[in-house]
Design a binder for this molecule. Structure first.
Ligand code: MG
Length: 387
């Protein structure tokens, strides 16, 4: 494989740090050209020095001076603000962009990379949830390959190698069930942020960990899968699989099912996206089948975890509805983390926003951005009035 020159958007987050660990194991395969971070200037500076990058962007302008003072003497270029990131990802010195910014703010730089025809390793799920049709259209027009990094979508993508889309009968999207899988509804209703942040299987950032607890994460992933694999939501089936060893499965029209397995470790899907179509050796834990024990698969409990039905409803309505759902969820999750609302208020607030924000059937990118703002302010308004 020719050395790939990569940009990592959101390098100080959980996916960004694990991606740099993959690069650390294969320094001859990758050249890190660009790193961006929102706020964590200290870690960004250390990463830039270790990987001797060309350019960094610190989005928070208040941190610009600190980063510039540390890196400019080493001839590393330093910029501030998300707009700089949108321009820099289009540079000729970049082959592939890892989009690992959390939340809706990852949308613009991802679109910008696609418009320059870059290969995009996509870890930001909100991009496809809020603007799936626009993003996939742009990827087709600009010949930009989209390589999924989310573990389930990487699994599906791996299962589909050598197959044609028309052969898919069903996608089985697996879910760990999160920290409240065995809790009854009354106990879940009183759950604290600390309890919700204790994910049984995966080590991830706080937003996605709360999304796993509500199972909105699976809702977002249904929508992601629909766009990535051009498969209607009715053919995407969620299975709770507490062992988290089968990362998803594809059932074909002849009844054959292909599963992708491994210990839960995001470095696997990250290396698959970064090195595709090759595979790289990794110093991760390997499966010992004689020690695995039983693998369980259950239907999800839609009464205790209403978020999945909300997501199916959003994707059935289409248009800007998934964007409304996503924006309301981002605000509600933050309010839950801040201790302002209770656990089931998250899904109540999302439903209220889906009913209360203007629906647009065929939104363009500007409409999507306006919808995100409108739904976020609606959610904030509900929280300040009712809670
Ligand atoms: Mg996932």
């Amino acid at each position: 494989m020719e050395k790939r020159r990569i940009a990592i958007l959101g390098s100080t987050g959980s996916i960004g740090r694990q991606a740099l660990d993959v690069v650390r194991q294969h320094p001859d395969m990758f050249e890190v050209e660009l790193l961006t971070a929102n706020n964590n200037s200290g870690l960004l500076i250390r990463q830039a020095i270790e990987f001797d990058v060309n350019t960094v962007v610190i989005c928070n302008p208040d941190k610009y001076r600190e980063v510039a003072d540390a890196l400019q003497p080493r001839y590393i270029k330093v910029f501030s603000g998300m707009d700089s990131a949108c321009g820099l990802v289009q540079g000729d010195n970049i082959d592939m962009v890892l989009a690992s910014i959390v939340g809706f703010s990852g949308l613009k730089p991802t679109i910008s990379a696609i418009e320059a025809g870059k290969a995009v390793a996509l870890a930001n799920k909100e991009t496809l949830v809020a603007a799936g049709e626009i993003v996939m259209d742009a990827a087709r027009r600009h010949n930009a390959p989209i390589l999924p990094v989310d573990s389930e979508h990487s699994a599906i993508f791996q299962c589909l190698q050598g197959s044609r889309g028309a052969e898919i009968a069903k996608i089985h999207l697996t879910a760990s069930g999160g920290p409240f899988r065995t809790w009854d509804k009354d106990r879940i209703a009183e759950a604290t942020p600390e309890e919700a942040l204790k994910h049984p299987k995966w080590s991830m950032g706080s937003k996605i960990t709360i999304d796993s607890a509500t199972m909105m994460n699976k809702g977002l992933e249904i929508i992601e899968a629909k766009w990535l694999f051009d498969t209607p939501a009715e053919k995407i089936n969620v299975l709770v699989h507490p062992q988290s060893l089968v990362h998803s499965m594809v059932e074909f029209k002849d009844g054959a099912v292909i599963a992708q397995m491994g210990h839960p470790d995001m470095r696997g899907p990250i290396q698959y996206a970064l090195a595709y179509p090759e595979r790289l050796p990794l110093n991760n834990k390997k499966l010992d089948f004689t020690a695995l024990g039983a693998l369980e698969f259950h239907a999800p409990d839609r009464d205790r975890f209403p978020a999945m039905d909300i997501a199916y409803e959003a994707i059935a309505k289409g248009g800007n509805m998934p964007c409304i759902m996503n924006a309301a969820n981002e605000v509600a999750v933050q309010a839950f983390l801040d201790g302002r609302i209770k656990f089931y208020d998250i899904t109540d607030i999302i439903s209220a926003c889906m009913a209360g924000v203007d629906f647009v059937g065929s939104p363009d990118l500007d409409t999507i951005c306006m919808t995100d703002e409108a739904a976020a302010s609606k959610a904030a308004e509900i929280i300040s009035q009712k809670y």
